[in-house]
Design a binder for this molecule. Sequence first.
Ligand SMILES: [Zn+2]
Length: 216
Amino acid sequence: MQNDFFVVEIGSFNQYKYAWFETTDSANYSNEAPQCPTCSRYIGPLEWLPPYDVVIKQPRTVGDFVSGVGGCDFLASSKLLSAIEESRLSGIAYKYPITVRKMGTTKTSIQRIPPTLTGIKFVRSKTRVNFDKMGVVWSKVPSDDSCKLCGPNGTLKFWTSVAIDQKTWSGDDFFHAINFPGALFASARAAAMIVSGEFSNVRIVPCEQSSYSFSA
Ligand SMILES: [Zn+2]
């Protein structure tokens, strides 16, 4: 059976309307990052260790999805967290209990009461994208001996769509693809849950409509 997949886009399309987060100077990370089981190449960031402290930037409107730099994939509002938990969808690798240390920088913003937020990390699955179906242009063309699991290991310039290789799908509802680690993916069930919840600061884009270009 053919499944549809979706890209979960958070924040960047409307950076100034909704808040985003940064980790603080006291952030700790482990020495270990996830590695490809075939070639041992690093396929994800270092593990975030306590304290899970963040600073909320531009805090006037904190969306249900909060994008950020470092730490985890995104922060979830309590409404979103409840929906994820009630849905029993798979693919949430870790939930971080977040402490908001600071709300913005102005006199009014720092007096705002921080919302309850939970950091979310999606699983790093062995699911692969199929670059042959993505209209990819490489700025560095991958070599022929690239890893069969996490490769091909070139540098992308742009792609016109995203295609999950159906036969490699791990079955997770939320996941990172091993050879396309930056994107957050959702199964059709997970996408439906997000759309029906009417959560703010997120866009659910069908993979075939998700394109991207790195500016030179
Ligand atoms: Zn590999």
